[in-house]
Design a protein around this ligand. Sequence first.
Ligand SMILES: Nc1nc2c(ncn2[C@@H]2O[C@H](COP(=O)(O)OP(=O)(O)OP(=O)(O)O)[C@@H](O)[C@H]2O)c(=O)[nH]1
Ligand SMILES: [Mg+2]
Length: 215
Amino acid sequence: MSDTSTPEERAAKKLFSGRVEFLLSAPQLKFLPEPTVPEIAFCGRSNVGKSSLLNALTTRRSIARTSVTPGRTQELNFFEVGEPTKIRLVDMPGYGFAKAPVKVVERWKQLVRTYLKGRQVLARTLVLVDSRHGLKDVDRAMMKMLDETAVSYRIVLTKADKIKASELEKTVAAVAEEAKKHPAAFPELHVTSAEKGMGIDALRAAVVADAELAA
Ligand SMILES: Nc1nc2c(ncn2[C@@H]2O[C@H](COP(=O)(O)OP(=O)(O)OP(=O)(O)O)[C@@H](O)[C@H]2O)c(=O)[nH]1
Ligand SMILES: [Mg+2]
């Protein structure tokens, strides 16, 4: 961590460097854990980097399974942070172009939707967007659905290492402009690279603050 880190970032890093454990994988709503801890949900298009971001935040290489094949994550995967548990991170199946049968994708969609709409302990949702692509219609649809629920979300640009700084600036500006029109979206974006560690400390601190607010 750089010398310019804030006390909140240092505290968050300490928490996330301690106990992080896989809790369970829920293929259906009836398998969700008891709603006793604030949860942070990771959502976004297939392959956007949800599982990789979760790994980067937890300073683990592969606690959440990643893959070059879209559709790797097929269930709601819960990870616990802290001893005793302070936060649960929820890695979710992606939407968009998953290489899976339509019926299966439809089932994930329903699972994700119902979870996001009805989960009482959901403290914040992270909507991940690929820096190279910006917002797609599937993202807009997800954001609209979230706007209609009580839970607000942070937009997180991923894979920022994959494009030139000048291009990144353009995407950031365009996405930020559009975010203003979404009532449940945080106005400021998080620009991250799970690969290079960019933006990870700040996002981790934000996630901890979100969870503390909800606890
Ligand atoms: N260069 C670069 N590659 C990344 C980054 N984050 C993720 N990737 C790569 O993108 C691919 C997909 O990453 P995942 O984390 O599995 O994506 P996901 O959103 O969880 O995908 P699904 O579970 O299939 O929806 C993998 O090959 C990762 O190595 C990043 O910050 N930089
Ligand atoms: Mg995944």
